[in-house]
Design a binder for this molecule. Structure first.
Ligand code: ATP
Ligand code: MG
Length: 361
């Protein structure tokens, strides 16, 4: 089972992104999503759409960098019959296909200047013409855009219009690289392992301690996409019950150099964090079971989760919820369900699933 629409994360950096998604989703304004390759820009655009009032309308992505320049205008705005050689019939573009929903312009920095003008007009007036068309058309579509190039530099080089940049980028979300998301790498590694083990029907339980070290120290230049692909591959390759560094097969030059001598305190913290993340994943967020498994009291567990920046896992106790025990389903995710229920971690019962933790309410 592939969960494409769920964003996993618990680090402060990604929680800040979740907050922005929550706040920006319901506006009608464009949002400019930036970040390195594989950081989740498209996933974020989908999350914005699914939490918007347009969620029942279409989400239409178009990659401005992957379509030949000559075709892009017609792909985006459509064309009339006879507009150019081969235009044997009228065709609606992606913009019209997004009516009532969201148009996602991926790699928006690759738009040619003429198309930038046309897009700017659409953003300002909501109007455009198909290629070869005279009729002015109106479409009700929200525009989200993403780029992994620095548009400011593109503006300086006169490759991108400044006025379009300010139109698109009033609201911005920057996705941090995976290497800046701390223990999220391990958390996602658990989630992806579970998904891949299910897909490939392998009974792999987890990672060896060395594999955990490798996951932690690798710099992940391809970010979440690379992590997910590596783990899928490792699951296919693995012969034992645990994934080894060999299964992960990561280039050693991209392993960040670690201090050869961890301080005792840092090592302690690292091991504890690792155990906590593992246990939380294993028990699907049921903190009562996690505490039992790790042989600590619940209050010690909460204290440690807070101390290690994993406090988003901690659902605060409310008087009526103390007796309540919900069966958990998934680890911490930004799921569509969360936005529907609008639950907050503060109102979740003790021992509740992690699911409502990174919700979009
Ligand atoms: N927070 C996350 N939780 C779970 N999966 C994620 C997360 N972020 C990204 N992914 C997964 O990583 C992969 C890459 O994400 P996505 O395509 O959204 O990245 P991108 O920034 O658009 O990449 P590119 O710049 O290469 O187009 C996808 O399979 C996506 O489902
Ligand atoms: Mg993308």
């Amino acid at each position: 089972m592939e969960t494409v629409n769920e964003m996993v994360g618990a680090s402060p950096a990604i929680c800040a992104v979740f907050d922005l998604v929550r706040k920006m989703a319901t506006t009608e304004m464009p949002v400019l999503i930036t970040g390195e390759t594989g950081t989740g820009k498209e996933l974020t655009a989908q999350a914005l759409h699914e939490r918007s009032l347009r969620k029942h309308g279409p989400f239409v992505p178009i990659n401005c960098g992957a379509i030949p320049e000559t075709l892009l205008e017609s792909e985006l705005f459509g064309h009339e019959r006879g507009a150019f050689t081969g235009a044997v019939q009228q065709k609606k573009g992606k913009l019209e296909a997004a009516a009532g929903g969201t148009l996602f312009l991926d790699e928006v920095g690759d738009l040619l200047p003429t198309l930038q003008v046309k897009l700017l007009r659409f953003l300002q007036e909501g109007t455009f013409e198909r290629v070869g068309g005279q009729e002015t058309l109106h479409v009700d579509a929200r525009v989200l855009a993403a780029t992994n190039v620095d548009l400011k530099t593109a503006i300086d080089k006169n490759l991108f219009r400044e006025d379009l940049y300010y139109r698109l980028g009033v609201l911005r979300i920057h996705l941090p690289p995976l290497r800046d998301r701390g223990e999220d790498t391990l958390l996602m590694a658990m989630v992806f392992l579970k998904q891949a083990a299910m897909t490939y029907r392998k009974s792999i339980q987890g990672y060896t301690a060395q594999a955990v070290d490798v996951l932690r120290t690798y710099s992940w230049p391809g970010n979440v996409r690379e992590l997910s692909n590596r783990i899928r591959r490792a699951v296919i390759m693995a012969e034992g019950m645990e994934i080894t560094p060999q299964d992960l097969d990561l280039a050693s030059e991209d392993l960040q150099t670690m201090d050869s001598l961890d301080s005792l305190r840092a090592a302690h913290r690292r091991i504890e964090t690792e155990l906590l993340v593992k246990a939380i994943s294993l028990h699907r967020g049921n903190l009562t079971r996690v505490a039992k498994d790790l042989e600590v009291s619940r209050s010690t567990l909460y204290r440690k989760l807070r101390a290690f920046g994993l406090k988003k896992f901690v659902p605060a106790a409310t008087p009526h919820s103390l007796g309540s025990r919900t069966k958990s389903k998934k680890p911490a995710t930004l799921s569509a369900q969360e936005s529907r229920h609008g639950e907050s971690p503060e109102s979740a019962p003790v021992g509740a699933p992690l699911e409502p933790i990174h919700q979009l309410s």
